[in-house]
Design a protein around this ligand. Structure first.
Ligand code: NAD
Length: 551
């Protein structure tokens, strides 16, 4: 792509912008495109198929130049990865407002999106690519760890030891799967068509090894399953061929899921297409490619249904593969449950979700200090403590050092305020940014994922993420975004993100208290409204006001 070059965020405590409130989005935009972080930085692609941080390199340069000079009473507007205006606002207002990939509903299809993208009018922002708070594969690791822990608790007595998990996709997010399985004690086979993706996860410590052949992989993993060893093996292959073959061979598989980038049919390699032909073929004949990808996804999901029939725990991992498989002719795709209703919704009812932060200093010691602060703040949460210790030991940082941990309503603000104090008194070398994935309790409408099978049938109601973004902007977040199509693809989701900056000032503390309370509060409210008792209990216990429940 024209203008392509390696990008790396500045480190240390010296400002290149006018304040930390603008330095932070500047560094995080650059960090998303760091070659250690992004999957295809030369094309501005961060993760998730074609999730971009900027529309083109000219837009990237203009955003960097604008953020470098932006004042603390100004706001930059970003329309699908391109800066389109700077407005006079006020210090409590966000410094950046972003809207990515949004289309009027009747036009919200992949072909129309691609037509507009080819005209240079839009870009796909995924969730945290276009909103500058992607922190590498770690970002999803804890959520994946939590999900496999829930699978272990529901089906295998609390551990995956002695089980084999089979999955596809070892990319930016999917690459967390093998480590999440081994952290839960299990054995894992991950299939990816691209050997470079598998090697990258081995280098980062997420994957144990890459097998020479399917036979070798099966032999190693069957032995690991028998001996209850936590082992992960990658296999170069097409999941649409490998899963049916495993089923045919009668390999004993206990858990099956998938994180190929099936949400975008052009980002799923059909069987019979060589890796080298992929992008050229997809660009030349998108419709033919889409049909072939969907046929392959149908075979892939038929095999998943076969494992389900055989008694395995099988779930869709939020990549829309069931809907694509139905389009490819697999009638039983939705026999496979989605992971949110199966494992995650009780956490959402308590406003729990993927809280994350990054050290703008670039110093890993800052993350170690915040890890200690989290352990100190929540001494009775053993599950959280196990995760923080495991992450400290196993997670290799990509780009600016960062951490994620799922925290709920009432806990996120406590962590944010503590981090701000640590910046103020010099325990941290520079400010930290605090954000989250868009995959959160109150910030998404996505009927095939976060809002699948809501108790009141409100799966497709998209007012909630819009309210969530307005709440974040009204409460003092530093940047706020509204996206369409993340996770599950164009036409299938609307979602919002927010990021705050703990710069050690009193003003930042006031903002953090409000944003980090109100943001997860919308998650609790969304689930109270849908009729979940657990959410009503949380609201009642914390004094969260729900007008329709006031007498
Ligand atoms: P990615 O584009 O970085 O990686 C996808 C991987 O799939 C690539 O390595 C690619 O080579 C591989 N692949 C494509 N077709 C294949 C095939 N037929 N067989 C085997 N491998 C194949 O994407 P990502 O960021 O890892 O995200 C993966 C999917 O998971 C996306 O659909 C994304 O929206 C979804 N997702 C889910 C969650 C969640 O919490 N469940 C979170 C984020 C993303």
């Amino acid at each position: 792509m024209e203008g392509s070059r390696p990008v790396r965020a500045p480190r240390g405590a010296t400002l290149t912008a006018r304040s930390w409130q603008t330095e932070a989005p500047l560094r995080m935009l650059m960090n998303n495109l760091d070659p250690d972080v992004a999957e295809r930085p030369e094309d501005l692609v961060v993760y998730g198929g074609t999730g971009r941080a900027a529309r083109d390199w000219a837009s990237f340069d203009a955003m960097v130049a604008t953020l470098t000079t932006l004042a603390d009473d100004e706001t930059m507007l970003v329309q699908s990865g391109r800066p389109v205006g700077v407005l006079r606002t006020h210090p409590w207002a966000p410094r950046v407002l972003l809207a990515n990939a949004n289309l009027v509903p009747q036009w919200a299809t992949w072909p129309e999106f691609r037509r507009l993208e080819a005209l240079g009018l839009t870009m796909y922002g995924q969730m945290t690519a276009g909103s500058w708070i992607y922190i590498g594969t770690q970002g999803i690791l804890q959520g994946t760890y939590e999900t496999f822990a829930a699978v272990a608790a529901q089906h295998f007595g609390g551990t995956l030891a002695g089980t084999l998990t089979v999955t596809g996709g070892c990319g930016g997010m999917g690459g967390a799967q093998p480590l999440a399985v081994t952290l839960n004690g299990g054995a894992c086979l991950v299939v990816d068509v691209d050997p470079a993706r598998l090697r990258r996860r081995v280098a980062g410590g997420y994957l144990g090894a890459v097998a020479e052949s399917l036979g070798d992989a099966v032999a190693d993993l069957e032995a690991a399953r028998r001996d209850r060893r936590a082992v992960s093996v990658g296999l170069v292959g097409n999941a649409a061929a490998v899963l049916p073959e495993l089923l045919r061979r009668g390999v004993e598989v206990d858990v099956v899921t998938d994180q190929t980038s099936a949400h975008d049919p052009l980002a799923y390699l059909p069987e019979g297409v060589a890796l080298e032909e992929w992008h050229d073929y997809a660009a030349r004949k998108p419709e033919e490619f889409t049909d072939r990808a969907r046929e392959s996804m149908a075979r892939h999901v038929e095999a998943m249904v076969g494992f389900l029939d055989g008694g395995a725990a099988v779930f869709d991992y939020g990549n829309s593969i069931r809907a694509e498989a139905v389009a490819g002719g697999c009638e039983r795709a939705f026999d496979v449950p989605g992971f949110v209703p199966a494992y995650i919704r009780p956490l959402f009812c308590a406003g729990k979700g993927p809280f994350r932060w990054a050290a703008l200093s670039g110093d890993p010691a800052d993350i170690a200090a915040t890890d200690r602060a989290v352990l100190d703040l929540f001494p009775d949460d053993d599950h959280l403590a196990r995760w923080i210790r495991a992450a400290g030991e196993h997670v290799a940082f990509q780009g600016l050092p960062a951490r994620i941990c799922w925290l709920g309503y009432g806990d996120r603000d406590a962590a944010g305020v503590r981090f701000n104090e640590m910046v103020a008194d010099g325990r941290l070398a520079a400010p930290v940014v605090i954000g989250r994935d868009h995959l959160d309790a109150g910030s998404v409408a996505s009927p095939y994922r976060e809002t699948e099978s809501m108790a009141d049938g409100s799966d497709a109601i998209a007012d909630w993420p819009l309210l969530n973004a307005l709440v974040a902007a009204s409460s003092g977040a530093t940047w706020v975004s509204i996206h369409h199509g993340g996770g599950v693809g164009i036409g299938r989701s609307i979602h919002a993100g927010q990021v705050c900056v703990a710069d050690g000032t009193d003003l930042a503390e006031q903002k953090l208290r409000r944003v980090l309370t109100n943001d997860p509060a919308t998650g609790v409210l969304r689930h109270v409204d849908a009729g979940y008792d657990r959410a009503a209990e949380v609201a009642g216990a914390t004094g969260l006001r729900v007008p329709m429940r006031e007498g």
